[in-house]
Ligand binder design. Structure first.
Ligand code: HEC
Length: 204
């Protein structure tokens, strides 16, 4: 009886001992595995703020000339600079642009940058004149999403597709003149006539 109890106690003792050794080995192996070689802390990132996507206005050019413009309307304020290439400038305006694709980058005081793709369209000279007249005299009623009399002229294709109605309303004044608040000058009316006679395309 005593002998059996002794065996029993010894068994428990050895079971515990095995477990303790196992745990000990596990801890040692784990620590060895996790020992890291020292690394340099990462350089602090000067760009911390949120990146604000630029919003721009643009105007087209006559194909082969450099009359296009890009104007950044957001983000603006102290510390911001802008680029369409290598150099950054404080002015929000870019002038004398040829037709083509541009990347407008805005940079804030913390050197955070964001950019947007902008295409400067190239037009024929007669359409360029008409597009300029429409931009100057047909808003707000027909521009920036506004649709008066079923006509919106934001897209060039909408100006092209409405060539006949534009001439009838802005040149002939039938049944009444457009713009509503005053007629175009005679030279501006002539530019519409010239474009219509040339074939009323974007390339004319
Ligand atoms: C102050 C607001 C205003 C301005 C500016 C304006 N329009 Fe309109 N336009 C309207 C309204 C309102 C109608 C609908 C009533 C009507 O047809 O007379 C309309 C209708 C039209 C239509 C469609 C009707 C039709 O006869 O086919 C055309 C085309 C048009 N305008 C061309 C022009 C052009 C081109 C300009 C710029 C040179 C211009 N409008 C400037 C307010 C304006």
């Amino acid at each position: 009886m005593i002998f059996e109890m002794l065996i029993f106690i010894l068994n428990i003792f050895f079971m515990k001992a095995t477990r303790i050794i196992a745990v000990f080995l596990f801890v040692v192996i784990f620590q060895l595995a996790c020992k890291k070689s020292p690394v340099a802390p990462p350089a602090p990132n000067p760009c911390s703020g949120p990146v604000i996507l630029p919003v721009v206005n643009k105007t087209a050019t006559i194909s082969g000339q450099s009359l296009g413009t890009i104007t950044v309307i957001s983000p603006v304020g102290s510390g911001y600079t802008y680029s369409i290439g290598v150099a950054f400038q404080a002015s929000t305006n870019f002038f004398n642009l040829a037709a083509g694709n541009y990347t407008v980058t805005a940079k804030d005081a913390n050197a955070c940058t964001s950019n947007v793709a902008v295409t400067i369209n190239g037009y024929g000279p007669k359409f360029f004149a008409v597009r300029t007249i429409v931009n100057g005299y047909c808003g707000p009623c027909h521009l920036n999403g506004a649709i008066s009399g079923g006509k919106n002229f934001d897209a060039d294709v909408d100006v092209v597709n409405s060539w006949d109605r534009i001439k009838i309303r802005a040149v002939d004044g039938n049944p009444s003149f457009m713009p509503q608040n005053g007629q175009l000058t005679a030279p501006d009316k002539q530019k519409i006539v010239d474009w219509v006679n040339a074939g009323h395309r974007i390339t004319d």
